[in-house]
Design a protein around this ligand. Sequence first.
Ligand SMILES: [Ca+2]
Ligand SMILES: [Ca+2]
Length: 190
Amino acid sequence: MIDLSKGSRINLSKEAPGATKFTLGMGWDTRITDGADFDLDASALLLDANDQPVGGTSSLVFYGQLASPCGGVASSGDNRTGEGDGDDETITVDLTQLNADIAKIVLVVTIHEADARGQNFGMVNNAFVRILKDGNDEPVARYDLSEDYSTETAVIFGELYKKDGDWRFAAKGDGFAGGLAAFLKGYGLQ
Ligand SMILES: [Ca+2]
Ligand SMILES: [Ca+2]
């Protein structure tokens, strides 16, 4: 397994030759607060080669739209607590079904109603993203987000992207304020 650090990239076509289906597992643990729900959500934004959303508002795969129109990207659905060590929410990508316009899949994790509940990534521990070749328990690569976040309410965990015909993964760990709404606004979606 390849241990990724912030900013590192791998070529999945080389590290997992022949694989056409990947599971992107994401996990986190939340610090117990005052009993209010603390719900993180993993979403995947589908972009073309010019970083434009593919299919407008249907370009986001998340708990509100569990699969992309092409069927190539799917969400495991909404985990509300983040309890446990394993993947809390997963995104699966089937390259054989993927709309040919999709060249980048951005994985963003946001805190549901973060501002109303006074929650941020400074209260989140053990965040990670791992890439599994379908049918394999041992990940191809894993990225533990080691940065100390504070007031951020959204973090881009990583990106799956196509370059020179190969699918690659970049470990990101970029945090920002404004949650999912701010993230989507950056792509003209809200
Ligand atoms: Ca959730
Ligand atoms: Ca967890």
